[in-house]
Design a protein around this ligand. Structure first.
Ligand SMILES: N[C@@H](CCC(=O)N[C@@H](CS)C(=O)NCC(=O)O)C(=O)O
Length: 92
C-alpha cells in the first residue's frame, strides 16, 4: 500500500545499487518523506508494471497518483528530487 503525501500517492520504482536511485533515496531521507519503494530488481512483475505505466524500464521513476488527475510517471533523478523538494517546501 502506497503512503499518502498531501493529495498525491507517491511510489518510487528503483533498484538497490543504481547510483541515481541511491541519490534519490538519500534525498527522500533528507526531506523526511514517507514514500513506498518498489524494487524492480527483485521482481519481473514490478518491472513490467513500470514499463506498462511509464513507458520504459529506467529507474528511478516516481509514480504520482493524484485524486483528480491522471497518474504521472516522473523519470530522471534530478527532476524527481526537484519535485519532492517542491512538495516539502509547499508543506512547510
Ligand atoms: N539520467 C537518469 C539515469 C538513470 C539510469 O541510467 N538508470 C539506469 C540504472 S543505474 C537504468 O535504469 N538503466 C536501465 C534502463 O534504462 O532501462 C537519472 O538521473 O535518473
Amino acid at each position: 500500500m502506497s503512503r499518502m503525501t498531501k493529495a498525491n500517492i507517491l511510489t518510487l520504482y528503483q533498484q538497490s545499487l543504481c547510483p541515481y536511485c541511491i541519490k534519490t533515496r538519500k534525498a527522500i531521507k533528507r526531506l523526511d518523506l514517507k514514500i513506498t519503494m518498489k524494487d524492480v530488481g527483485f521482481s519481473g512483475k514490478v518491472r513490467q508494471e513500470l514499463i506498462k505505466g511509464g513507458g520504459k524500464s529506467q529507474v528511478p521513476c516516481l509514480r504520482i497518483e493524484g485524486k483528480n488527475q491522471a497518474t504521472q510517471w516522473l523519470y530522471e533523478s534530478a527532476d524527481i528530487i526537484r519535485y519532492l523538494e517542491s512538495l516539502k517546501s509547499a508543506s512547510a
